[in-house]
Design a protein around this ligand. Structure first.
Ligand SMILES: *Cc1c(COP(=O)(O)O)cnc(C)c1O
Ligand SMILES: *[C@@H]1O[C@H](CO)[C@@H](O)[C@H](O)[C@H]1NC(C)=O
Length: 270
């Protein structure tokens, strides 16, 4: 092999100091190699995860506790493993067919948050994929029909965590029940679905509009008061662009994807 020692040194340095080095030398001929090197990508996932975790900790007021859900939709298994090796144990997925493939390949101490819209015909596959059901949270329950379907899918003696999704932004594209319907759906889950554990409320919100976070918090107050709940429901809100504001507004569960795993590529979609 006729590779000079200094070239090797540069290559090693470039790889180990990714991504700072890439940014510093945008036109470097090594850029292509570095960016496409799997080990460099895994290292950046690990450091991104750590830095998001630090930002979450910093934004969390005393007495509040916040779960970081690493949203790994569209990302390959190796990327989830890189995050796992950096300490991540909670993953968020949007597509049933991805979840059922990834879960058995990842260690048993991972828990899973389903954050996509859920069709009734996918319920059984998702619930069966994660055993015991307490390792799974469906964040997107938005109808009585879906709650019933989930309740029936859970094995005897197990309990599946669910959150009720609320359309706080009034946008056509955002699913979820209207804030005024939240109490009825929550009541149905608590009183009629013994296999479900209602753990919180979830919203996606409008980009750049943090008033959605206040709407979700008010929904929680109403639901808890009207149902006379003792325990405090969680608030799932905040993504890459706004998780710190969401935490300041009371989030206990933030869902962060692209800041950890990089931008998603939908171009190869089914
Ligand atoms: C994709 C997705 C996220 C993560 O979004 P990023 O902006 O990549 O952090 C969070 N929540 C839901 C419901 C999503 O679909
Ligand atoms: C969200 O709420 C608004 C206002 O009530 C409504 O017009 C819109 O259709 C809702 N979105 C969905 C997907 O139901």
């Amino acid at each position: 092999m006729f590779i000079s020692r200094s070239f090797m040194a540069i290559l090693l340095f470039s790889v180990t100091s990714f991504p700072r080095h890439v940014a510093a030398f945008p036109r470097s001929p090594l850029r292509h190699i570095i960016i496409n090197s799997p080990s460099a990508r895994f290292m950046s996932i690990a450091s991104n995860y750590q830095s998001v975790l630090e930002r979450v900790k910093k934004a969390t007021p005393p007495g509040q506790s916040v779960r970081l859900v690493a949203v790994s939709k569209t990302k390959p298994l190796e990327d989830l493993q890189a995050a796992y090796n950096a300490g991540c144990r909670v993953f968020g997925e949007n597509y049933a067919q991805e979840l059922v493939v990834k879960v058995p390949e990842m260690p048993d101490d991972c828990s899973w948050h389903y954050i996509g819209s859920l069709q009734s015909n996918k319920v059984n596959a998702i619930v069966k994929a994660v055993v015991p059901a307490s390792r799974l949270t469906i964040e997107t329950v938005s109808s009585i029909k879906l709650a019933q379907k989930l309740n029936h899918a859970v094995a005897e003696g197990e309990r599946l965590n669910v959150m009720v999704q609320i359309n706080t932004s009034g946008e056509d594209s955002k699913s979820g029940v209207e804030p005024s319907e939240a109490t009825d759906l929550c009541r149905f889950i608590v009183t009629e679905c013994p296999q479900l554990q209602l753990t919180g409320l979830m919203t996606i919100g409008a980009v750049g509009d943090s008033s959605c976070f206040d709407v979700l918090r008010q929904c929680r107050e109403t639901v808890q008061r009207e149902l006379g709940m003792e325990e405090t429901l969680e608030l799932s809100m905040g993504m890459s662009g706004d998780f710190e504001e969401a935490i300041a507004a009371g989030a206990t569960n933030v869902r962060v994807g692209s800041t950890i795993f990089g931008e998603r590529d939908y171009s190869k979609d089914k």
